[in-house]
Design a protein around this ligand. Structure first.
Ligand SMILES: NC(=O)c1ccc[n+]([C@@H]2O[C@H](COP(=O)([O-])OP(=O)(O)OC[C@H]3O[C@@H](n4cnc5c(N)ncnc54)[C@H](O)[C@@H]3O)[C@@H](O)[C@H]2O)c1
Length: 443
């Protein structure tokens, strides 16, 4: 046993003993929720075995102390099996941490329930975001610690479901991490901390961008899919009930940094967007560009752009102007007016460790120590900020956060089955209805 696990085991025994004599009944609940197996091994289950889920599992298995992946769940069997293969080959000498028996590989729409009920301590939720509220609520009710990827929903009812479930998670003292890894990136942490200490005075305006060429092309054709449901599930990026559009799926990272600096989400937004280049019917229903002006309660604005069009100006960044200077937040550079420029500059983006790894190190440290750890409310409100932006661009109207969050328009299907109709079906020519500003209803 290495030093870390020896220490963890001592801590575990110590807290269990205290609990056993009744001095800290809540601690007992906490510890028994953490270690289902009764020793200090954290048993991990993965729901959504694609690129990010496999990465997150690898990071979870690279944390300190005893940890094992004991089950996986995916809508598709091929994804689940490929993920396990990739994990074993990428983990090298830690490959024995992948300890998934055949009977703990679950597939289909209810796979997440079977996995969560299989005796795990922590679940990684990394499916397309449409499913996140359902999976999160189920995991919370089952008393599991959770790492969930961003975004945490695609519509307002989903965000509310996460916020409600998180009240229970906090009561149960579950540890919840959300994949907004900039919060675990040393350069961001130090830059934002200096800004909050007044390095450029009051923040007057922010600019946030995720402008790039786009993501993966549809993975299968309609003819290759057995049903419309399978077609959309495989090509989830292009359907709002699964993805929320790229303003939600990607640009959330930059909007979240703006919210972080401002200390909360904006109160209002207006915007414009559309599909200008990525117009083929195989690209489903999402836009290829959005421009949004977000207004905060104090009257400051966050100007936001996200674009999926090749051969244009690309930028994934955040910056701001203040009453006493400017900051390139993502470049970690602060320029006070008349003062000396400050730059984080020690090792660039990866200084302080890979944030994808650090977010797991931090979560697991909290699980082992019992410290409070819950990122879900922030994840939910940053998700809601991106949904508010989409509502503004799809409708062409000014939308308040209050109205947006209260919206009862659900994008999700009523039935999850391979032969059920998804909520958006193709027209006769195979194309999908596209949101039209001035016409589309969003709240
Ligand atoms: N934090 C980051 O920087 C970051 C980076 C990439 C992706 N992500 C997020 O991770 C999530 C997954 O993205 P990805 O790139 O891994 O996608 P992916 O397509 O590679 O993987 C998604 C997996 O989920 C499975 N799945 C779909 N519906 C399911 C269901 N109902 N139950 C179980 N499994 C289901 C799919 O079959 C697939 O294997 C998204 O929310 C994405 O935004 C975050």
């Amino acid at each position: 046993m290495d030093q870390t696990s020896a220490t963890n085991r001592r801590d575990f025994l110590k807290t269990s003993t205290i609990a056993a004599v009744g001095a800290a009944a809540t601690q007992l609940t906490l510890q028994s929720a953490v270690y289902a197996s009764g020793d200090d091994t954290v048993k991990v289950g993965l729901v959504g075995c694609g690129g990010r889920g496999t990465g997150a599992a690898s990071q979870a298995l690279s944390t300190q102390g005893n940890v094992k992946l004991v089950g996986v769940a995916d809508a598709f069997e091929d994804s689940a099996k490929n993920s396990l293969k990739n994990l074993k080959s990428s983990l090298g000498e830690k490959a024995d941490r992948v300890a998934v028996k055949d009977e703990n590989i679950f597939t289909g729409f209810d796979a997440y329930q079977k996995l969560i009920d299989s005796g795990i301590d922590l679940v990684i939720l990394a499916t397309p975001p449409g499913f996140r509220p359902i999976h999160f609520e189920y995991a919370v009710k089952a008393g599991k610690n959770i790492f969930m990827e961003k975004p945490v929903a695609v519509d307002a009812p989903g965000v509310r479901q996460v916020l409600e479930a998180n009240k229970i998670a906090k009561e149960k003292k579950l540890k919840v991490g959300v994949g907004l890894q900039r919060h675990h990136q040393a350069g961001y942490l130090e830059t934002i901390s200096r800004l909050k200490d007044g390095a450029i005075g009051d923040i007057l305006a922010l600019r946030v961008y995720w402008n790039g060429g786009g993501v993966w092309d549809p993975r299968i054709t309609r003819a290759q899919a057995k049903s419309e449901m399978e077609y959309q599930m495989r090509n989830w990026y292009y359907y709002n009930w699964l993805c929320g559009d790229h303003i939600c799926e990607q640009h959330i990272h930059n909007l979240d940094v703006g919210n972080w600096l401002k200390g909360g989400p904006p109160v209002r937004a207006n915007g414009m967007g559309g599909r200008q280049v990525r117009v083929d019917k195989k690209y489903g229903e999402i836009y290829d560009h959005h421009y949004v002006e977000y207004e905060f309660a104090d009257g400051t604005y966050m100007y936001s752009q996200c674009r999926h069009i090749p051969n244009c100006w690309n930028s994934v960044s955040e910056s701001a102007s203040g009453s006493k200077g400017t900051v390139d937040i993502s470049g970690y550079k602060i320029k006070p007016v008349g003062g000396e420029e400050w730059s984080f500059g020690r090792g660039g983006r990866r200084a302080g460790g890979d944030p994808y790894q650090v977010e797991h190190d931090d979560l697991f440290a909290a699980i082992r120590s019992g410290a409070e750890y819950n990122e879900a409310d922030n994840g939910a409100m940053s998700t809601m900020t991106s949904i508010l932006g989409r509502m503004a661009t799809y409708s062409g109207k000014v939308i308040t956060m209050e109205d947006a969050l209260a919206s009862n328009i659900s994008l999700m299907p009523k039935t999850f089955a391979w032969d059920a109709d998804p909520p958006v079906m193709p027209k006769e020519d195979g194309s999908y209805p596209i949101a039209t500003p001035g016409v589309t209803k969003v709240v």
